[in-house]
Structures are given as structure tokens and as C-alpha cells.
Ligand binder design. Structure first.
Ligand code: DO4
Ligand code: MG
Length: 295
């Protein structure tokens, strides 16, 4: 796994994280530079990392002592929607005011050939591990959306996998589908990290478990888990629609949709803490904070 952290001089440092959670500094500016270097040497990024691990010693500091940064400064984060049955059912609930037997455009997109893809975030709006995700002040129904993220290069090849939180306002989304950008995009509404698992180390991306926990006042108020085996669509299918007639930048992250939704009466509050875990990638931890009001 690849991480970034702030070193003693206050500058970002790229590093490899082993299965034993040992941290080895890597001599590259970022993951994209490392992948480029591997291509030039005609080796995999994994082989390059293994070479450094064999030649160096791990840091004495433990992972928990490091100030982690976003593992990649993704120029854009895109997201797929309604890729799990659970997501379709919950959107129907929002859009119909709870009439579960009503048919909506969410049913249509779930079965359509073309997936739902939307622009989620830019580098300036995306935060990393342990940073605060913000709430909107004009929504009363806000949830985290725990999702597997694919890190892509400009050709749409998957470089690695990460964890993403597609923070969402269910009331704004349910009021009118045209409000989707406001229900999805605001300051600190997207979190990614803590690590990127190199694609070549993943045998089967449909076997990731996703776990979400929400803590309030020190107690756990929500926990649920799901698996990427429940995805309705293939990951390659999502990427192929993203790159179609599009300019995609190196390091773009594509979130693959949520399969975990807290109960209908749940909304995030200032002071909550969200943990999203994907074993094999890590735990993305973010405190929740009300938006700081502009004077
Ligand atoms: O259609 C609205 C958004 C869906 C979404 O974000 C998801 O399914 O994860
Ligand atoms: Mg989502």
C-alpha cells in the first residue's frame, strides 16, 4: 500500500506500507511519478516498491504516529451511483417520500446500460485521513457514503484502489434530481485514503469487504458492512463510461457507489466520527464538523 505523510520538515513524503504496517520511505514525489518511473524501467510499481523495501530499513515511527495526507492529490474525483440494490432502494425512498413500491428514475438507471456517473470533487475540496468532513448548513439529512475508489491514469487504467466517502444530503437529493450537484459537492464533502493498494496486488476487486462505523460522544451509533461482490456493474464498465469522449487526468479517482446506508432517521451531527474500513486497504477516519459560517 502507498501512503503520504508529513515528514519532520513539514513536507509530504511518499511511503510504502507493508502488511505488517511497517513504513518504508520512497524516493518519489508522488504515486504518479513512481508509476511513471516503473513504466520507464519496464517493471511493475510493485516490483519497484519491493526493491526499495529490500534495500532500506523501516521507519521507527508507527503508522498511528504519522500525520497522514491524502494518498494522492486527485485532480478530479468522479462517482458512480445506484450500483448496488441497496442504493437504488434508498434513493427511491428519498425521491418518493417513502413510497417503497413506486417506480422512479433510480429504477431506470439501475437497469439501464449507461451507468450514473457524476462529478464529485476537485483536489481543493477533497480531504484525507483524520481531517474534518463538513456538513451543509441547509440540509437536515446527511450521511457518509462508504465506497471503494479506483485510482486511474489518463488512459483509464486502474493504478490502485482506495477508500472514499461520498458525503451526501439525502433531503436535497430527494427533493429534485437536478439538485444532485448541491447534494454531493461542497467544501470538505469528499474524503479519500488512508492508502492506495496497488492494483497488481489485488487478486479480485469484487471481494473487498466495506465496513462503516459512526461514533457519537464516544459510543458507536451505527455499524454495517457489505461487499463489492454485491456490485450490479463491472468496474471496467464504470471506467469505460468515464473515459468515453472525456479528458481524464492521471490520478483521477472514481468512486464506485455505496452499498451501506444508515437508517432513515439517522443524520450526521457535528462532533461525530466516521470510520470506513476496507480490509487490505485500511481505515479512513474523519471527524464531522458543521460548516464554518462566512461572516
Ligand atoms: O443518484 C444519486 C447518487 C447515488 C450515489 O452516490 C451512490 O449510489 O453511491
Ligand atoms: Mg455515492
Amino acid at each position: 500500500r502507498i501512503i503520504r505523510f508529513l515528514n519532520g520538515n513539514g513536507t509530504p513524503q511518499l511511503a510504502a506500507l507493508t502488511d505488517e504496517n511497517q513504513v518504508f520511505e520512497l524516493p518519489y514525489k508522488d504515486l504518479l511519478t513512481m508509476v511513471e518511473k516503473a513504466k520507464q524501467k519496464n517493471v511493475t510499481a510493485l516490483a519497484l516498491v519491493q526493491e526499495f523495501i529490500q534495500l532500506s530499513l523501516p521507519l521507527e515511527a508507527e503508522l498511528k504516529d504519522l500525520t497522514l495526507l491524502v494518498p494522492i492529490e486527485a485532480p478530479e474525483v468522479w462517482a458512480a451511483g445506484v450500483t448496488y440494490e441497496k442504493s437504488r432502494d434508498e434513493r427511491n425512498y428519498e425521491a418518493t417520500g417513502g413510497k417503497l413500491n413506486a417506480s422512479t428514475f433510480y429504477d431506470k438507471v439501475y437497469d439501464a446500460e449507461r451507468p450514473e456517473l457524476f462529478f464529485k470533487s476537485s483536489a481543493a475540496r477533497t480531504i484525507g485521513p483524520d481531517k474534518e468532513v463538513y456538513l451543509r448548513s441547509d440540509s437536515n439529512w446527511q450521511i457518509p457514503e462508504p465506497e471503494l475508489g479506483m485510482v486511474l491514469n489518463r488512459e483509464g487504467e486502474v493504478i490502485g484502489y482506495t477508500i472514499g466517502n461520498d458525503m451526501s444530503c439525502r433531503d436535497i437529493e430527494g427533493e429534485n434530481p437536478l439538485y444532485l450537484p448541491q447534494a454531493k459537492i461542497w467544501k470538505n464533502s469528499c474524503s479519500i485514503g488512508p492508502a492506495i493498494r496497488l492494483a497488481e496486488t489485488v487478486d479480485d476487486p469484487y471481494q473487498f469487504q466495506i465496513i462503516c462505523r459512526i461514533y457519537r460522544g464516544g459510543s458507536k451509533v451505527f455499524e454495517d458492512s457489505a461487499s463489492t461482490s454485491q456490485l450490479k456493474r463491472e468496474l471496467g464498465e464504470l471506467v469505460s463510461y468515464l473515459v468515453r469522449e472525456n479528458t481524464v487526468f492521471d490520478g483521477t479517482v472514481l468512486l464506485t457507489g455505496t452499498c451501506i446506508v444508515p437508517p432513515h432517521d439517522f443524520t450526521l451531527l457535528d462532533g461525530d466520527r466516521i470510520e470506513i474500513e476496507i480490509p487490505g486497504i485500511g481505515i479512513l477516519n474523519n471527524p464531522v464538523k458543521s460548516q464554518v459560517q462566512q461572516p
